[in-house]
Design a protein around this ligand. Structure first.
Ligand SMILES: [Zn+2]
Ligand SMILES: [Zn+2]
Ligand SMILES: [Zn+2]
Ligand SMILES: [Zn+2]
Length: 317
């Protein structure tokens, strides 16, 4: 938008209106302590690369004579403007950079119409643009330049924020993934230990159960015999009038009563059945150990469990 600024002044004057850093016409010229003058934007760039004195704060070395200038608190912005150069620039630029109006010949278009977004001359303003919002072209260009700088700065700030946010988003995704992974790992480790416990307890139980089953079979056989014997002996005690018994009947009856009494003394093996209850309670070795499963590692848990278990229970029967 900014039109190319051109100088047609006397060559000697022109020479003094050029910045030694950017080799262009001064833009907002500022004085250094040594007397040399540079554009504000050029000094800003220079300042970014300068060292900071621990005593005086930021210092700028003059690119022309190397003399150092201690910067004021708010930096380059607080350095004094070179008013003579500004005056020369204003005079020269005002004449040279403002084109003339095509409708009103020879009138300089040094007014900016904010309503129509065009440069106009004073006669244009008196005509079609009389009720429009206007400002001088210098004011407009200064504002536009500031707006542009502002937009660039905001862009940089927002870009940085966005990049930080994107980085944070990646971190959050990473956190979520590792949370999922640790749940999975923990579950696998517990499942593995559960399977181990199941195997050990079943093996232990199966081994004892074989002996128990044969004991129970014996118990049942004995019980059957017991019932059969009593089924014959007990009915003989029924319907007898004891006073009438005598001779062989009495002998036979007394023998039968003794027989029944003897049969009733027989061990019917209830203790063998109760043994089963003991088997149902898991032994200390095969019971799950609280806290023995570190959630982070499944493999070591398995090994630790194997070591803690009696070797015999892990062998197939
Ligand atoms: Zn410059
Ligand atoms: Zn200097
Ligand atoms: Zn005009
Ligand atoms: Zn207008």
């Amino acid at each position: 938008m900014e039109r190319k600024r051109k100088l047609s002044s006397h060559p000697d004057v022109k020479e003094h209106l050029i910045c030694a850093i950017c080799t262009d016409i001064f833009h907002d010229p500022r004085n250094l302590a040594c007397g040399h003058v540079f554009c504000k934007k050029c000094l800003d760039k220079l300042n970014e690369r300068q060292l900071c004195s621990p005593v005086y704060g930021p210092i700028i070395g003059c690119p022309t004579c190397r003399q150092e200038t201690i910067l004021p608190k708010s930096g380059v912005n607080e350095l004094s403007r070179n008013l003579p150069i500004l005056g020369l620039l204003d005079q020269d630029l005002l004449i040279k950079r403002t084109p003339t109006c095509t409708e009103h010949n020879q009138e300089r278009r040094d007014i900016y119409c904010s309503t129509c977004l065009v440069y106009i001359c004073f006669k244009c303003f008196q005509g079609n643009h009389s009720h429009h919002v206007i400002k001088t072209s210098n004011e407009f260009l200064e504002e536009l330049s500031q707006k542009t700088d502002d937009a660039k700065q905001r862009y940089q700030v927002q870009l940085k924020t966005l990049e930080n946010n994107l980085l944070e988003a990646d971190l959050e995704i990473q956190k979520m993934r590792s949370a999922k992974q640790s749940i999975d790992d923990e579950y696998k480790a517990k499942l593995e230990q559960l399977n181990q416990n199941r195997t050990v307890r079943l093996q232990s139980l199966n081994k004892t159960a074989k002996k128990w089953e044969s004991d129970v079979a014996q118990f049942k056989e004995k019980g059957k015999q017991f019932k059969n014997n009593l089924a014959i002996a007990v009915p003989k005690l029924e319907c007898k009038t004891l006073d009438d018994l005598d001779g062989e009947d009495l002998k036979s009856y007394v023998k039968n009563v003794d027989n029944v009494m003897n049969l009733l003394k027989t061990d019917i093996g209830v203790e063998q059945l109760r043994l089963w209850n003991k088997l149902l309670v898991p032994s200390a070795a095969s019971r799950p150990q609280p806290g023995s499963v570190p959630s982070s590692s499944g493999g070591t848990t398995h090994q630790a469990f194997q070591k803690a278990s009696p070797k015999s229970v892990n062998q197939p029967l």
